[in-house]
Unconditional design. Structure first.
Length: 249
């Protein structure tokens, strides 16, 4: 596993970045931050792990992290984190205790934030997904889906020898060969009040308001605009077309 030597104030990761690793503090400390300008939520010290929730979910970072003083970290892949934190019942119990403490501290800190910290307290936008093609109407026969939890993942249904558990999708697309939609295709996420469409390693990518994202294209994520957004899963001739409406409170 890789070791990082960080000076005071050095960012570990920023909100909106892709979660690719977890981190264990070997010495020093790390502050977890939210908002712009950043507001400290909690601090992790030697022996504590952070960043693993985003790694497990494959989502964009919601919080930022920076070194508080001279700090040494271990940078952990998913396999390395699992081997160290989930190998035995005692390790799992220790991890859960640490996780519950961290969640409680962050909740208490959010409650204590001053009333003028609107950049932290910003409400989550309301999202409506509407079919824009006959094939999409088969996916959403009710005519509309309100998205209330994030990340919201879209992926192709598994068939034959493919494991159903390998498709952690909130919206399952029934696609025929040659496939336009991958089993892990697209994620809709909210980062600091901004709605993001992020590719999950799909083969053909997605067209968002005419911009190609993911697949073999350079960009892997894109910010959605307020109001109406056009979403095409797969290539330009894909029948899986939707409209995603982003509405503020």
């Amino acid at each position: 596993m890789e070791q990082l030597e960080l000076a005071d104030g050095t960012p570990v990761f920023r909100p909106g970045e892709r979660s690719s690793h977890a981190y264990r503090v070997e010495s020093g400390a790390v502050e977890i931050l939210i908002g712009d300008p950043p507001v400290p939520l909690t601090t992790y010290g030697p022996g504590e792990v952070f960043g693993e929730i985003g790694l497990l979910e494959g989502r964009l970072r919601r919080y930022g992290a920076r070194a508080a003083g001279a700090t040494r970290l271990q940078k952990l892949s998913l396999e390395e984190w699992s081997a160290s934190s989930l190998a035995t019942p005692d390790a799992v119990l220790g991890y859960l205790r640490s996780l519950f403490r961290r969640v409680r501290e962050i909740d208490e800190r959010l409650i204590q934030l001053p009333p003028d910290a609107e950049h932290v307290r910003a409400g989550t936008p309301r999202l409506r997904l509407v079919p824009a093609s006959p094939e999409a109407e088969k996916t959403l026969p009710a005519g509309e889906l309100r998205i209330r939890t994030f990340p919201f993942r879209i992926g192709r249904a598994s068939h034959g020898s493919e494991s159903e558990q390998s498709t952690p999708a909130d919206l399952v697309i029934h696609d025929r060969a040659p496939h336009n939609v991958s089993r892990r295709h697209l994620s809709i996420e909210v980062v600091a009040g901004q709605v993001i469409a992020a590719d999950l390693g799909s083969s053909l990518g997605t067209q968002v308001n005419g911009v190609k994202v993911g697949g073999h294209h350079k960009e892997s994520e894109i910010a959605l605009q307020p109001g109406r957004n056009e979403i095409v899963l797969g290539g330009s001739r894909s029948p899986h077309r939707f409209l995603l409406f982003v509405e503020s409170d």
